[in-house]
Design a protein around this ligand. Structure first.
Ligand code: SF4
Ligand code: SF4
Length: 317
């Protein structure tokens, strides 16, 4: 008996398995053990930050309406997924607790990014609804709103409250957008958070989808502060390299539209269908990245594409 047909039957991917994809002289990273979805559950937000990437949306008062239908979509996904909730401001969503309890019951994990304006009571109710199914809690420090000692102290107090009530495997971090106005304050802020045992990550400012033009000195400063979300660079590019986004990672909007990743959504390319309809489909394996700027820190952090040349390394061993 030939071996290939047996392997065909037991292997979940088409034959040959696409993990072996090599593109742009890079080999695809290991098949991820868990998928990740970045879901903007609403466009509604109680803030209006000058640098908000969603400020040009036609309607900033939308929220995903059919929780039951979305949960049915999550039930159908193969395997285990992390659903990273953002908005707008996700704590403005009227059924946030219902959504997270539903995801937990399905065996999925949840992360969240919030502007942290919700009350302590609401934050604690969120933690209780998820228990050990929470992975990352990220609080955005918007200095256009947190703009005096009182509001900053309140933000830090809430950060400590959440961090001290996390389940064992979960992590907390705060983030701050490095606008040119904010740059001079960032080092002091990072140190202040650190002195309280808290991590503050820096995010570059984007306008019209691209990182703003920082001077060389500003860019050096941002890299010294860890780069975008602590990933070591201000802007990553994986153009041509194999990436699992589309198969193990995708972005979802409040209407159910699913794209491979944020740049795909921006360019209205690599659409995966509507999550709430039978048209929705995942890619079957990694494929080359088509975008010159990757702002998808979630798939980057989860190793969906090679950051360094990995062919030579493979050959040497
Ligand atoms: S809090 Fe976030 S979603 Fe709301 S305006 Fe600011 S950047 Fe935009
Ligand atoms: S932009 Fe980033 S997440 Fe999207 S396909 Fe390219 S590497 Fe993957």
């Amino acid at each position: 008996m030939k071996i290939e047909p047996i392997l065909k039957r037991i292997h979940p991917l088409p034959w040959p398995p696409k993990e072996t994809l090599v593109s742009g002289a890079y080999k695809a990273t290991k098949r991820p053990s868990r998928g990740v979805i970045t879901w903007n559950i609403n466009t509604t937000c109680n803030y209006r930050c000058s640098y908000c990437t969603q400020k040009f949306l036609d309607n900033r008062a939308r929220w995903s309406q059919d929780t039951t239908l979305f949960l049915e979509g999550f039930r159908k996904l193969p395997g285990e997924w992390e659903v990273k909730l953002s908005g707008g401001e996700p704590f403005q969503h009227p059924t946030l607790l219902e959504i997270v309890a539903g995801l937990k019951n399905l065996g999925h994990f949840v992360s969240i990014v919030t502007n942290f304006s919700a009350s302590e009571k609401k934050l604690l109710a969120f933690l209780s609804a998820l228990e050990d199914k929470l992975l990352v809690f990220s609080a955005s420090l918007h200095l256009e709103y947190i703009n005096n000692e009182t509001t900053l102290a309140e933000f830090i107090k809430k950060s400590l409250l959440v961090q001290n009530n996390l389940p064992k495997e979960a992590s907390f971090n705060a983030t701050c957008v490095a606008t040119q106005n904010n740059l001079s304050k960032l080092k002091e802020l990072v140190d202040r958070f650190s002195s309280q045992g808290l991590r503050l990550k820096i995010q570059p400012e984007k306008q019209f989808g691209d990182v703003i033009n920082y001077s060389q000195a500003e860019e050096t400063e941002l890299i010294q502060l860890g780069g975008h979300n602590g990933l070591g660079k201000v802007a990553w590019s994986f153009l041509g390299r194999p990436c699992w986004a589309g198969a193990f990672s995708f972005t979802l909007d409040d209407l159910g539209n699913a794209w491979r990743c944020y740049p795909a959504r921006r360019f209205r390319a690599q659409y995966l269908g509507n999550f709430l309809s039978p048209d929705f489909h995942l890619a079957t394996g990694p494929s080359p990245c088509l975008y010159s700027y990757c702002n998808c820190t979630v798939p980057i952090e989860r190793g969906m594409m090679p950051k360094d040349k990995n062919l030579e390394v493979e050959n040497e061993t």
